[in-house]
Design a protein around this ligand. Structure first.
Ligand code: CA
Length: 230
């Protein structure tokens, strides 16, 4: 849905009226255009008619599972989905990520935290029609299919590894600061946890570099960040 004021349109799929009402008010105050569905059937209709920028998707819905609907969305559109669940087990978290969800929150959540995650997801680079893939050297990154091939062979990347590589590739030849990496992919991680970023970069190098110890593509800029060179 085109909003003349440039606001992001969010489809909230939620059957609990108290949550739906709170999100309607809270997210509107935060500058979003809120489209509300209370079941999957409504969500399907509104997906087509409003073309949202983001979907907030409850797991337990009266006419089906949000998890199945998330898979359906991931297969058919490029819209990012944040799963919302009342269940907190780690299995659910992992599951939430494997079904193509961009992020995951558990009830009860704070509006401020949810909005921070929504903004982080919306900041992630989205493929445009002209730029659906990037190729250089032996590497090809397909933003739409979310696949990376090295010398024609598909390599396995975790969701975060792919998101990180896509972030670098969207700014090929430019330095991406550590802050931007953390802000885009880990939305406000504690500073002591920034090793996670280095671990992901190291794993990416092992997967895409011929000699990971002497990287030719994924370069570290000491104290600043990283740069992907073609
Ligand atoms: Ca529910």
């Amino acid at each position: 849905m085109f909003d003349p004021e440039g606001r992001s349109v969010v489809l909230v799929v939620e059957d609990e009226a108290s949550y739906q009402d709170a999100l309607n008010v809270g997210l509107t105050v935060e500058g979003f255009v809120v489209v509300a569905a209370s079941n999957i059937a409504q969500a399907r209709v509104l997906m087509d008619s409003t073309k949202p920028d983001l979907v907030l998707l409850d797991v337990m819905l009266p006419d089906g599972s949000g998890i199945d609907y998330c898979r359906e969305l991931y297969d058919s559109t490029r819209v990012p989905v944040i799963m919302v669940s009342a269940r907190t087990s780690e299995v659910d978290v992992v599951l939430g990520l494997e079904i193509g969800a961009a992020d995951y929150v558990t009830k009860p959540y704070r509006l401020r935290e949810l909005v921070a995650r929504m903004r982080a997801v919306l900041r992630r680079p989205a493929p445009t029609a002209e730029e659906e893939a990037v190729s250089f050297g032996d590497l090809r990154i397909d933003f739409v299919r979310r696949t990376v091939t090295l010398r024609g062979r598909e390599i396995e990347l975790s969701r975060k590894e792919f998101d990180l590589l896509a972030l670098f590739a969207s700014r090929l030849g430019q330095v991406v600061t550590r802050e931007v990496c953390l802000d885009t992919l880990w939305w406000g991680l504690e500073l002591s946890d920034t090793r996670t970023l280095d671990t992901h970069v190291k794993r990416l190098r092992q997967k895409i570099e011929a000699d990971p110890a002497n990287p030719r593509h994924l370069i570290t800029i000491r104290g600043v960040g990283f740069r992907l060179d073609a």
